[in-house]
Design a protein. Structure first.
Length: 132
Protein backbone atom coordinates (compact mmCIF):
# COMPACT_ATOMS: atom_id res chain seq x y z
CA UNK A 1 0.00 0.00 0.00
CA UNK A 2 2.84 2.41 0.75
CA UNK A 3 4.16 2.03 -2.80
CA UNK A 4 0.81 3.04 -4.30
CA UNK A 5 0.51 6.04 -2.00
CA UNK A 6 4.04 7.08 -2.92
CA UNK A 7 3.15 6.75 -6.61
CA UNK A 8 0.09 8.95 -6.10
CA UNK A 9 2.15 11.63 -4.38
CA UNK A 10 4.81 11.56 -7.10
CA UNK A 11 2.14 11.74 -9.79
CA UNK A 12 0.67 14.75 -7.99
CA UNK A 13 4.00 16.55 -8.20
CA UNK A 14 4.16 15.88 -11.93
CA UNK A 15 0.67 17.32 -12.26
CA UNK A 16 1.93 20.55 -10.67
CA UNK A 17 4.75 20.75 -13.21
CA UNK A 18 2.49 20.10 -16.20
CA UNK A 19 -0.05 22.60 -14.83
CA UNK A 20 2.67 25.26 -14.81
CA UNK A 21 3.60 24.42 -18.42
CA UNK A 22 -0.06 24.54 -19.46
CA UNK A 23 -0.51 27.92 -17.79
CA UNK A 24 2.52 29.32 -19.59
CA UNK A 25 1.36 27.98 -22.94
CA UNK A 26 -2.10 29.43 -22.30
CA UNK A 27 -0.51 32.89 -22.35
CA UNK A 28 0.68 32.57 -25.97
CA UNK A 29 -2.62 33.95 -27.36
CA UNK A 30 -1.83 37.20 -25.53
CA UNK A 31 0.01 38.15 -28.74
CA UNK A 32 -3.23 37.87 -30.70
CA UNK A 33 -5.15 39.65 -27.97
CA UNK A 34 -2.70 42.56 -28.17
CA UNK A 35 -2.89 42.71 -31.97
CA UNK A 36 -6.68 42.66 -31.83
CA UNK A 37 -6.73 45.39 -29.21
CA UNK A 38 -4.44 47.56 -31.33
CA UNK A 39 -6.69 47.03 -34.35
CA UNK A 40 -9.74 48.02 -32.32
CA UNK A 41 -8.04 51.18 -31.05
CA UNK A 42 -6.84 52.12 -34.56
CA UNK A 43 -10.37 51.63 -35.93
CA UNK A 44 -11.65 54.17 -33.43
CA UNK A 45 -9.43 56.89 -34.91
CA UNK A 46 -9.72 55.97 -38.61
CA UNK A 47 -13.39 56.12 -39.54
CA UNK A 48 -12.90 55.09 -43.21
CA UNK A 49 -11.44 51.69 -42.36
CA UNK A 50 -13.57 51.25 -39.28
CA UNK A 51 -15.62 48.16 -40.16
CA UNK A 52 -12.86 45.76 -41.40
CA UNK A 53 -10.47 46.69 -38.62
CA UNK A 54 -13.18 46.46 -36.01
CA UNK A 55 -14.31 43.07 -37.28
CA UNK A 56 -10.82 41.58 -37.48
CA UNK A 57 -9.77 43.14 -34.16
CA UNK A 58 -12.91 41.89 -32.46
CA UNK A 59 -12.41 38.35 -33.77
CA UNK A 60 -8.78 38.38 -32.61
CA UNK A 61 -9.75 39.58 -29.14
CA UNK A 62 -12.65 37.13 -28.75
CA UNK A 63 -10.76 34.05 -29.96
CA UNK A 64 -7.65 34.92 -27.93
CA UNK A 65 -9.74 35.54 -24.81
CA UNK A 66 -11.48 32.19 -25.24
CA UNK A 67 -8.17 30.34 -25.68
CA UNK A 68 -6.59 32.06 -22.68
CA UNK A 69 -9.57 31.21 -20.46
CA UNK A 70 -9.65 27.63 -21.74
CA UNK A 71 -5.92 27.20 -21.05
CA UNK A 72 -6.24 28.76 -17.61
CA UNK A 73 -9.14 26.44 -16.76
CA UNK A 74 -7.14 23.44 -17.99
CA UNK A 75 -4.11 24.46 -15.92
CA UNK A 76 -6.31 24.96 -12.87
CA UNK A 77 -7.88 21.52 -13.30
CA UNK A 78 -4.41 19.98 -13.59
CA UNK A 79 -3.29 21.78 -10.44
CA UNK A 80 -6.28 20.59 -8.42
CA UNK A 81 -5.93 17.05 -9.80
CA UNK A 82 -2.35 17.03 -8.54
CA UNK A 83 -3.50 18.26 -5.17
CA UNK A 84 -6.28 15.67 -4.97
CA UNK A 85 -3.96 12.85 -6.04
CA UNK A 86 -1.52 13.75 -3.27
CA UNK A 87 -4.41 13.71 -0.77
CA UNK A 88 -6.03 10.60 -2.33
CA UNK A 89 -9.38 12.37 -2.69
CA UNK A 90 -11.92 12.90 -5.50
CA UNK A 91 -11.20 9.77 -7.51
CA UNK A 92 -13.45 10.55 -10.48
CA UNK A 93 -12.17 14.11 -10.86
CA UNK A 94 -8.61 12.77 -11.03
CA UNK A 95 -9.65 10.06 -13.48
CA UNK A 96 -11.41 12.50 -15.83
CA UNK A 97 -8.61 15.04 -15.60
CA UNK A 98 -6.10 12.30 -16.44
CA UNK A 99 -8.13 11.47 -19.52
CA UNK A 100 -8.36 15.11 -20.59
CA UNK A 101 -4.65 15.61 -19.93
CA UNK A 102 -3.92 13.13 -22.72
CA UNK A 103 -4.82 15.88 -25.19
CA UNK A 104 -1.88 18.05 -24.03
CA UNK A 105 0.85 16.41 -26.12
CA UNK A 106 3.54 15.20 -25.18
CA UNK A 107 3.76 15.76 -21.41
CA UNK A 108 0.06 15.61 -20.71
CA UNK A 109 -0.26 12.41 -22.72
CA UNK A 110 2.41 10.69 -20.68
CA UNK A 111 0.92 12.02 -17.45
CA UNK A 112 -2.60 11.04 -18.44
CA UNK A 113 -1.63 7.50 -19.40
CA UNK A 114 0.24 6.98 -16.13
CA UNK A 115 -2.73 8.38 -14.23
CA UNK A 116 -5.23 6.12 -15.96
CA UNK A 117 -3.04 3.06 -15.43
CA UNK A 118 -2.45 3.85 -11.76
CA UNK A 119 -6.05 4.75 -10.98
CA UNK A 120 -7.38 1.61 -12.67
CA UNK A 121 -5.84 -0.58 -9.97
CA UNK A 122 -8.27 -1.71 -7.30
CA UNK A 123 -5.83 -1.21 -4.42
CA UNK A 124 -5.28 2.41 -5.50
CA UNK A 125 -9.02 3.01 -5.80
CA UNK A 126 -9.38 1.73 -2.23
CA UNK A 127 -6.97 4.42 -1.02
CA UNK A 128 -9.33 7.20 -2.03
CA UNK A 129 -11.71 8.39 0.65
CA UNK A 130 -15.42 7.89 0.06
CA UNK A 131 -16.54 11.48 0.71
CA UNK A 132 -17.63 12.18 -2.86
Amino acid sequence: MDKNLENLRLLGVFYYVVAAFAAMIALIPMIHFTIGSVLLVVSLFNLRAMFPLTLVGGVFVLVASFLILLGAAFGTCLFFAGRFLRQARHYYFCLVTGGVACVFFPWGTILGVFTLVLLSKEEVKALFTTEE
